[in-house]
Design a protein around this ligand. Structure first.
Ligand SMILES: C[S@@+](CC[C@H](N)C(=O)[O-])C[C@H]1O[C@@H](n2cnc3c(N)ncnc32)[C@H](O)[C@@H]1O
Length: 223
């Protein structure tokens, strides 16, 4: 079985449970939704999972994922969304179909940043909303070191990430810092949550950022 089939199996298995805890992922979903609603036009969410971010987007948004089970859960949560089963490495849409592409809580799991962005650039969306996990944050750093499962956890330095975006034709960045919640509604208050929260207050140490970028056309490769 190849690596991507193992990943599909993994996400199929966790589809119903995924996202129950209130982690930074929920903060990312809320921020991405708020930013996306400021732009007009059709939206595609790549790696939409069980549809928690789609809930924060306009009802007629498109969601794409390679896990059937995730899409089935997304359908229950978002009856009016248009859902597509496809791999982010081969996006089945023509250029300029979407005004905005959203990719959240997923790029660090792909493990192939460049390939996904090259594929997104072929869509020529006006806007891209994408988050990343910040390697400068100590908790994220250790999580990244420990990641050994079939699904990688690859954090990245902020400047490296912005460089990859630029190389693929994106610019005019706006960065939204994601702050770790002080307590978790499921776990209550824990000292480790409070420490995480305090670290996130230091701008460059936040665990994650949502980046809103504009497609400027022509990747550096084509220049
Ligand atoms: C952690 S979930 C995030 C879901 C959603 N974006 C959210 O914020 O709740 C990651 C999702 O990305 C999907 N995914 C991972 N790799 C993918 C790929 N190569 N193509 C399409 N979907 C992928 C997984 O199936 C999973 O549903």
């Amino acid at each position: 079985m190849d690596k991507s089939n193992l990943q599909i199996d993994f996400f199929d298995d966790v589809a119903t449970e995924y996202g129950r805890q209130w982690t930074i992922e929920e903060e990312v979903r809320i921020t991405a939704g708020t930013v996306a609603k400021k732009y007009e036009g059709r939206i595609l969410e790549i790696g939409c999972g069980n549809g928690r971010t789609l809930q924060n987007l306009p009802v007629d948004s498109f969601g794409m994922d390679f896990s059937k089970n995730m899409l089935m859960c997304a359908r229950k949560r978002n009856p009016l969304s248009r859902l597509v089963l496809a791999d982010a490495q081969k996006i089945p849409f023509k250029k300029q179909t979407f005004n905005t592409v959203v990719i959240v809580n997923v790029i660090h799991l792909f493990g192939f940043y460049d390939k996904v962005l090259e594929e997104v650039a072929t869509l020529e969306p006006k806007f891209l909303i994408v988050d990343f996990r910040n390697l400068m944050n100590p908790v994220v750093f250790f999580k990244s070191l420990r990641s050994r499962s079939q699904v990688p956890y690859k954090a990245i330095m902020p400047w490296k990430w912005l460089g990859i975006l630029k190389k693929n034709g994106f610019g005019r960045f706006r960065l939204f810092r994601i702050i770790r919640p002080l307590s978790d509604p499921n776990e209550g208050f824990k000292v480790r949550h409070a420490i995480g929260y305090l670290i996130s207050m230091l701008f460059w140490l936040a665990p994650s950022y949502v980046v809103a970028a504009e497609y400027m056309g022509g990747t550096e490769k084509n220049d």
